[in-house]
Design a protein around this ligand. Structure first.
Ligand code: NAI
Ligand code: MG
Length: 355
């Protein structure tokens, strides 16, 4: 088996952690007998913007659409290009253009990584946040009226479609099937009286196709509180675009350093490429020093292997970084150690052979 991977390292530590990600994935490919045919692209970076006055070439869609997946580092260099331009001009184009309607964030307390929640051990926190990534509260329908008067009014609509809700729910139910069989839905049907009751209705109806899944729902306010108070309650959590945005930052924050958190933007149809990236950005404050934590990039790579159908290799990569972190011997500064990015990457690559 051969998979074609578009590699976009981007800016700052994106380029540093990407090398380690590719190192580890290369080792997994060798061990499990498949090929990753990678092609590197220099766009979606501040340097490309400086040269061309845009973040992406005009034919980016055609260039990337034939790949099996996109492995992404981080984009943004605020001294050179404003953040709204670097983000809207690259990542958000990919999400929309490739209809990556699922954003997936695992929330897992890793061994050796001190989480901020007192008394929590690895094993207590292990769940998945599934966010709707294309519609909902983030619509551009609305406007401003009576501008400049004291009746000035702004309106912005939430758009939820049956197709849009059902496809994210189906994905979430299937994830629950693969995992512990429990699904939690984020709602706010006590306050948002049209869209959220509809969301609840679709959750219940989809549930009829998955009778073995245990479903519960929480209003978003108390759900956010429960993430912190009882993170052990959750297995798969599904949420609309806005609620999912909040939960998918809160979840990983409950498990420690941003340097280890991965994220996947998925088009489950497989007709267009999905994108796998660490949650963190380009970290200008530590870029160029070789001390970034590569685990987020490596974990994102494991998610990519899993998506491509190489579940065993994905598992081996995950076991590898967990083993290395647990031993505590090779820790980057954000984990309290003095190892370099490259050393941690190499240790994890070696552990893949034993995993
Ligand atoms: P950031 O995630 O780059 O950095 C936040 C803090 O976390 C910094 O102190 C940084 O040193 C630390 N950090 C981040 N990743 C780390 C790692 N792997 N190992 C150790 N420490 C790490 O967020 P910030 O500073 O708000 O944004 C910097 C640039 O990155 C901006 O241009 C922003 O727009 C962009 N950005 C891009 C993202 C993406 O490509 N998906 C996501 C977030 C920000
Ligand atoms: Mg966010």
């Amino acid at each position: 088996r051969t998979y074609r991977i578009a590699v976009i390292a981007g800016d700052g530590i994106g380029t540093e952690v990407m090398s380690e990600g590719l190192k580890v994935l290369g080792r997994a490919a060798e061990r499990f007998g498949f090929r990753l045919e990678t092609q590197e692209f220099d766009f979606a970076s501040a340097e490309y913007w400086t040269k061309h006055g845009r973040m992406l070439p005009e034919d980016w869609f055609e260039t990337l659409s034939g790949f099996d997946a996109i492995y992404f580092g981080a984009v943004g260099w605020p001294d050179v290009v404003p953040d709204h331009i670097s983000l809207w001009g690259s990542l958000l184009q990919f999400r929309r253009g490739f209809d990556q309607y699922v954003n997936l964030r695992p929330v897992k307390l890793l061994p050796g990584v001190p989480g901020p929640l007192r008394g929590r051990e690895p094993g207590d926190i292990d769940f998945l946040v599934v966010r709707e990534n294309t519609e909902g509260e983030y619509s551009s329908i609305g406007g401003k009226m009576f501008e400049g008067t004291d009746r000035e009014t702004v309106v912005q609509e939430t758009v939820m479609t049956r197709t849009g809700i059902d496809r994210i729910l189906r994905f979430a139910y299937e994830q629950a099937q693969r995992r512990g069989g429990r699904l939690t839905s984020a709602t706010k049907s006590n306050g948002i009286s049209i869209t959220m009751p509809y969301w609840d209705e679709r959750v219940a109806e989809m549930g009829e196709s998955f009778p073995e899944i245990e479903v519960d729902k929480f209003h978003i306010d108390i759900l956010a509180a429960q993430f912190v108070l009882h993170p052990d309650w959750f297995d798969v959590v599904v949420a609309s675009n806005l609620f999912g945005d909040i939960l998918s930052d809160l979840g990983p924050a409950c498990t420690g350093t941003i340097g280890v958190a991965p994220s996947a933007n998925i088009n489950p149809t497989g007709e267009l490429p999905s994108l796998f990236e660490p949650v963190h950005g380009s970290a200008p404050d530590i870029a160029g020093q070789g001390i970034a934590n590569p685990v987020g990039q490596i974990w994102a790579g494991a998610m990519m292997l899993d998506f491509l159908g190489e579940a065993q290799a994905a598992e081996a990569v995950t076991t590898a970084f967990e083993t290395v972190l647990e031993s505590g011997e090779t820790m980057t500064p954000d984990l309290g150690g003095s190892a370099r990015c490259e050393e941690l990457g190499t240790a994890i690559a070696q552990a893949v052979d034993a995993a």
